[in-house]
Design a protein around this ligand. Sequence first.
Ligand SMILES: C[S@@+](CC[C@H](N)C(=O)[O-])C[C@H]1O[C@@H](n2cnc3c(N)ncnc32)[C@H](O)[C@@H]1O
Length: 206
Amino acid sequence: MKVTNLYDLLAPAYGKFVPPLTALTVKRAVKRVAAGKPRNIVELGVGTGRTFPELKKHCSSCVTAVDISGKMLVQARKEARLSGSQAAMVKADVLRLPFADGVFEAALSTFLVNLIPNKTVPLALSEMVRVVAPGGRFVIGHLDVESSILRSLWHLADDVIPETVGIMRPIEMNDFYEDAGMRIIREEKIHEGLGTRVTTLMKVRG
Ligand SMILES: C[S@@+](CC[C@H](N)C(=O)[O-])C[C@H]1O[C@@H](n2cnc3c(N)ncnc32)[C@H](O)[C@@H]1O
């Protein structure tokens, strides 16, 4: 099943089940992106727009929210109405972002990179880097399971029947950042669920 179809299917239930499991990670990621005081932010793989209430405290109309799933964006629009966010919604693939070079001061994504196949991670990061201005900030939150046994089992399940894990698997992102033109400013392990990581980075090239 394609990731779009899967998240179209999951969209109505996602907001009920997933946010409580990953709330600390998302809150921390929003805090880190807002700390850079960017004048605008692109959020990639926005899902149901669960970041909007917190992001609104930073600015209400500076967010452009991107997702590949139309149904997830329907949920995000509902969340924007409820929270009074003025975020703009764009249906697009992170691998082909419909924005000019360097138009954003920051990019945020939580639990998106876990869905991107390893061989396309460099392309996803290069698109992120392309749309962010030099010196801009990235905050990437992702699943980062510590147990190597669990990681191996997860990768096996993901290879065989990806739908069982939401086409999601732990990923070692630090192997990719430098080549993409990003430098790590801060790394935080978040102890919730099976383990997550929030990485704050700066654009140094690209
Ligand atoms: C696990 S959800 C995370 C949603 C939200 N960021 C959160 O933390 O709850 C991943 C989201 O990324 C979207 N997505 C997956 N692949 C994508 C791609 N290539 N481009 C844009 N969005 C994508 C999915 O549709 C889904 O809404």
